[in-house]
Design a protein around this ligand. Structure first.
Ligand code: FES
Length: 152
């Protein structure tokens, strides 16, 4: 069920190839924990702000700064690990083969983005470094329509 306790933001707050830091909502297992969303290829992806190289380490060097210079990968600025946006898999750096923890997302009819509290707790097993983007779990991304990009 999508409520204020699961709401993260409105889809229009995340521009294409940009990231947005949001606090985990009240219904999350860890309320207030920093999470981030990335819009890429017309889809939204959500991850915990927690680098698999050193668990507990945040990725961004400043608020919302999760992406590489060309905005095509997620980067941990501590030691330079790079992750595919669509899968969260580390493809360059000290934790190749490990993955970010995906957040299950749901899109409400009004375009607001929610933590899908009905989904199983998000966990990605380690993947090989060159795994296909298609191997991503189905719950960690949502496809946006034109209507969901507009502020209500
Ligand atoms: S803590 Fe992220 S690459 Fe080392």
């Amino acid at each position: 069920m999508l409520t204020d306790a699961t709401r993260l933001c409105h889809a229009s707050e995340v521009a294409e190839d940009e990231a947005l830091c949001v606090p985990a909502p009240a219904a999350a297992p860890t309320p207030g924990e920093p999470w981030f969303l990335v819009r890429h290829g017309g889809r939204l992806y959500g991850y915990r702000d927690d680098c698999p190289h050193i668990p507990g380490s945040p990725l961004a060097w400043r608020r919302h700064a999760y992406l590489s210079g060309d905005h095509q990968r997620i980067v941990c600025h501590a030691h330079g690990a790079q992750f595919e946006i669509a899968t969260g898999h580390c493809v360059i750096g000290p934790c190749v083969g490990l993955s970010l923890t995906a957040i299950p997302l749901a899109l409400a009819p009004d375009g607001s983005v929610h933590f899908d509290s009905n989904a199983p707790h998000p966990q990605h097993p380690p993947h090989p470094p060159h795994a296909s983007s298609a191997s991503n779990g189905p719950y960690s991304r949502i496809t946006l329509t034109k209507d969901s990009r507009r502020q209500p």
